[in-house]
Each structure stands twice: as structure tokens, then as C-alpha cells.
Design a binder for this molecule. Structure first.
Ligand code: NAD
Length: 485
């Protein structure tokens, strides 16, 4: 099977596709060619209201089911996603421009993992019994109610599933707003959940830009907001949620350090740096874009990096031999090219790449800068493109201090053969998701999220359950009530 890039309608609400052409148009563009592949409309107030009402109704039905019954639906959805992995991956590639070689293994597959994992947990969610002498208390783990999910454009299927799976497992409903740049894939997740037995309205997808997102976040019927996006957007959405005292999960940006000590296996370290900078053309929040290499290894590291980057196959991302795709949009390409110019202007040494590729697509060569210093803009800002900054260091204390000198705290990685040092350094880094002799692994069993400006809360693993449920405490007196009068 394969999916048309033009969906039946813009939104998936109350169990089916709905349209309202009064909403502003959204053109969906295939990043490898610049061709328009679908036209959608932003959600109007009518669509948002329909989504709210149907989600609230569905949530009551859903929360009344047993956890095991809810889990069965999620696991069935995981199976359907795996069966349709190729069609979903092709759609993801059309939507994002990421190579099919990547999407076949990283996107729908990761979404299915989340649905399966949280489907398994759904039947295990319990409160506790607290004995208080003759009296006792118990806690109930209850859903929050209606949750809003808002996605970034880099992993549209994965983000929809990473938010939906724990939210639904806990008995919540969700309204999900994908990024306006990649709006297609979440619709398929919604279709599949209904097919798997989710009540109509439990997972609604509404399209739109910031204004629609803001309407969802500020609605008093919404109990929780989970955003994946940039820090500036996070600040706005967090503030809007705070006005309504809503719970939040914030998965935001990063400028993560990847530290390579002289004793590291150089091939592994170069491999980690490649994965942590050029996978998905660098459009990954947790990327290790500040690569600190200890001085004695610097030249060998750069030589092997340049040699291995000759293996880049840039081109039509639908061709499975291609391993490097375009950036998601012309705006993102221009932003990344702007940063490359800034790096050159700041005196960083260009080791390879550095150019946008002419033509209709939004390709930028994988770019490596060496001799980068801490104060340079390219060492401080999140570029969100294929630009690696290599910085030199001499001592462990020095590199830890410099690695931590950032407002971000999403990820960090260390390559060394000295395991005591690896754990010591990771222990001293201010980052939420860390890697030793590896980079960017994100299994569903491991919590994912950031410290400092990179976020609030955690996705994946049991940790996510705390962010999609709340405890109700119940005190039970077994004897008489002794009142003073
Ligand atoms: P963005 O911040 O521009 O947009 C994210 C989403 O927020 C979009 O759906 C957008 O429409 C919506 N939005 C914007 N303003 C809003 C408002 N005022 N109210 C409600 N919603 C609003 O991010 P992007 O450019 O789509 O994605 C790239 C960013 O996302 C990068 O900074 C990247 O690091 C981050 N990201 C983080 C993670 C993570 O898990 N930590 C994962 C992927 C991407």
C-alpha cells in the first residue's frame, strides 16, 4: 500500500476527516524538489471546538475502561503501524525530506515502540496503600483529562506517538497539532488509532500555525500541554499554560556537547559525531553539535571525519541508496547557510562542506568547522542543520566547565576508553539525556528530555507516566471522628 500525500481532509476529528476551507491555506512542500504535495487549511474556531467537545466525550469513555483494555488498543495500533511501516515511511519522507533509508527504521518504527511500550504499561498503573496505624490511606493514579500535543517538524510521526502513547495509556484524550511544515503523518496515526479501537475523538489532529496552537493551549478545558519545539516557542507556550495552571512537558532545543578524549576509539568517536550531527541533515534537537576533541587526537579525528564524509550520498530521499537529504524548508536552508557565513566571518576553519546545493531542493552540504572557540555564534546558537563545530580542549575539568557553559541542557556524550572517567564526566555534565561511547540512541525504555532551557519533564519510559497522570490521596478513618465541639 501507499498513501496519497493529499489527505482526504485537513483535520482528523471525532473519528474521521473533517474540512473547513475557511481556514488559511497551508501548502505542504516536498523539501527535495520544492513541489507542492498537498494543500490543507488551518483549523477554524469551529474545528477546534469540535475537537474539544469530541475529545472530552471520548476521554470519559476511555478513562472508564480498564488499563488492560486501553493497552490492547495501543498495542493493536503499534502492530498496524509496523505492518504499514513502508507506506508511513514514504509519507514521512515526502513530508520532511528525510531519506527513506532513515525513515524506514527511525520514525514509524519508533512510534510503534512507544505505543507498544505504553500499551504494556497501561494495565500496570496503580496507586498505593498507606497504613496509618488503625486508619489508612490510599492513592489513585488518575488521568489529567484533555491533553494538547504540539509538534516540531523534524519527527512528525514519532512526536505524535511519543505524546499520544503515554497520554492515552493513562486514560487521557489528546488533541495534537502537528507543525504546519510537516502536517501529514499525524493524520495517519489518528486513522490507525481509530482502526485499532480507540473511541472517536480520543486522538484528534488539528492543523494550524501558532495561532491555532495558542487557542488550544489557552482553552480552560485543557489540563496539560506537551510541546516539542524551540526555546522561544517553549517560553511562550509555558507562560500561556502557566496562566491556566496547566501541567506541561517541554521538549525544546539544544546545543549539546560531545566530548572526545585522546584515548577514545577514533572510528567510534567519528561515527558518533557523524550520527550526532548529520543524521536527518542535522535537524535533531539532541545533536552533539559542539564536538570537543582533546588536542592530541584533533588532527586524526578531523582527517577521518573528512574521509568518512566522502560516503555521503545526497539526492532524492525516496531512493534508498541516498543517506543525506535536504533541510525541511527554504527558510531553514537559508538560516543554516546564514550560520555557515557567520562561522566563516568569525574565523572558524572550514574543513568540508559549507555550501547550499543549487536546484529546487533545500540541500546544504554536511559542513565541519574546526578551530571553533566558545564565544563564536556557531558554538552558542542551535543551528538545526548539518553544521558541526569542532573545538579543542586539553583537560577534563576544563572541558566539563566549557561544555556546561550554555543555557541548554538537552544531551551530552563522552567518548573514552576510561570508564571511570566516562561516568565521572557524565555525572558532572548538566544535561538530561546522555551517552557514553555512543550518540543519539533513544530507546523507549529510557527517559528522554532536557535540563535548563532545554525542557521540563521527560518523555518515554515509566518517567512519562508521572507527566500524564495525577495522584488522588484518600484518607480512610476506621473509628469515630473526635471533634473538639
Ligand atoms: P517551533 O518552536 O517553531 O514550533 C514548534 C511548534 O509550536 C509548531 O507546531 C508551531 O506551530 C507551534 N507554535 C509556535 N508558536 C506557538 C504558540 N505561540 N502557541 C502554541 N504553539 C505554537 O519549532 P520547529 O521549528 O518546528 O522545530 C525545531 C525546534 O524544535 C528546534 O529548536 C528543536 O531543537 C526543537 N525540537 C526539540 C525536540 C526535543 O525533544 N527536545 C525534538 C524535536 C525538535
Amino acid at each position: 500500500m501507499s498513501y496519497d500525500t493529499q489527505p482526504a481532509a485537513s483535520h482528523f476529528v471525532a473519528g474521521g476527516y473533517v474540512e473547513d476551507t475557511a481556514g488559511a491555506e497551508i501548502e505542504v512542500i516536498h523539501p527535495a524538489t520544492g513541489a507542492v504535495i498537498a494543500r490543507l487549511h488551518e483549523a477554524t474556531d469551529r474545528i477546534v471546538e469540535l475537537a474539544m467537545v469530541s475529545a472530552l466525550e471520548a476521554q470519559e469513555v476511555w478513562a472508564a475502561m480498564t488499563g488492560a483494555e486501553r493497552g490492547r488498543v495501543l498495542r493493536r495500533a503499534a502492530d498496524l503501524i509496523r505492518e504499514r511501516n513502508r507506506a508511513l515511511s514514504e509519507l514521512e519522507t515526502m513530508d520532511t525530506g528525510k531519506p527513506l533509508q532513515e525513515t524506514l527504521v527511525a520514525d514509524a518504527a519508533s512510534g510503534a515502540d512507544a505505543l507498544e511500550y505504553f500499551g504494556g504499561l497501561a494495565g500496570t498503573l496503580t496507586g498505593e496503600h498507606i497504613q496509618l496505624g488503625g486508619n489508612w490511606a490510599y492513592t489513585r493514579r488518575e488521568p489529567l483529562g484533555l491533553c494538547v500535543g504540539i509538534g516540531a517538524w523534524n519527527y512528525p510521526t514519532q512526536i505524535a506517538c511519543w505524546k499520544a502513547a503515554p497520554a492515552l495509556a493513562c486514560g487521557n484524550a489528546m488533541i495534537f497539532k502537528p507543525s504546519e511544515t510537516t502536517p501529514l503523518c499525524a493524520l495517519k496515526v489518528a486513522e490507525i488509532l481509530v482502526e485499532a479501537g480507540a473511541p472517536a475523538g480520543l486522538f484528534n489532529v488539528v492543523q494550524g500555525r501558532a495561532e491555532v496552537g495558542s487557542a488550544l493551549v489557552t482553552d480552560p478545558r485543557v489540563a496539560k500541554v506537551s510541546l516539542t519545539g524551540s526555546v522561544p516557542t517553549g517560553r511562550r507556550v509555558y507562560a500561556a499554560a502557566a496562566a491556566g495552571i496547566k501541567s506541561v512537558t517541554m521538549e525544546l532545543g539544544g546545543k549539546s556537547p560531545l566530548i572526545v578524549f585522546e584515548d577514545a576509539d577514533v572510528e567510534d568517536a567519528v561515527g558518533g559525531a557523524i550520527l550526532g550531527n548529520f543524521y536527518s541533515s542535522g535537524q535533531i534537537c539532541s545533536n552533539g553539535t559542539r564536538v570537543f576533541v582533546q588536542k592530541g587526537l584533533r588532527d586524526r579525528f578531523l582527517r577521518r571525519l573528512a574521509e568518512r564524509l566522502e560516503g555521503v550520498v545526497m539526492g532524492d530521499p525516496m531512493d534508498e541508496a541516498v543517506n543525506f537529504g535536504p533541510l525541511v524548508s527554504a527558510a531553514q536552508r537559508d538560516k543554516v547557510v546564514g550560520y555557515i557565513r557567520t562561522g566563516l566571518g568569525e574565523g572558524a576553519r572550514l574543513v568540508c562542506g559549507g555550501e547550499a546545493v543549487p536546484g529546487g531542493g533545500y540541500f546544504v552540504q554536511p559542513t565541519v568547522f574546526a578551530d571553533v572557540t566558545d564565544g563564536m555564534v556557531i558554538a552558542r546558537d542551535e543551528i538545526f542543520g548539518p553544521v558541526m563545530a569542532v573545538l579543542d580542549f586539553e583537560h577534563e575539568d576544563e572541558v566539563v566547565r566549557r561544555a556546561n557553559a550554555t543555557e541548554f541542557g538537552l544531551s551530552a556524550g563522552v567518548f573514552t576508553r576510561d570508564l571511570a572517567r566516562a561516568h565521572r564526566v557524565i555525572g558532572n555534565l548538566h544535561a538530561g539525556t546522555c551517552f557514553i561511547n555512543s550518540y543519539n540512541d533513544a530507546p523507549v525504555e529510557m527517559p528522554f528530555g532536557g535540563m535548563k532551557m532545554s525542557g521540563v519533564g521527560r518523555e518515554n519510559a515509566r518517567a512519562a507516566i508521572d507527566h500524564y497522570s495525577q495522584l488522588k490521596s484518600v484518607f480512610v478513618r476506621m473509628g469515630a471522628v473526635e471533634a473538639p465541639y
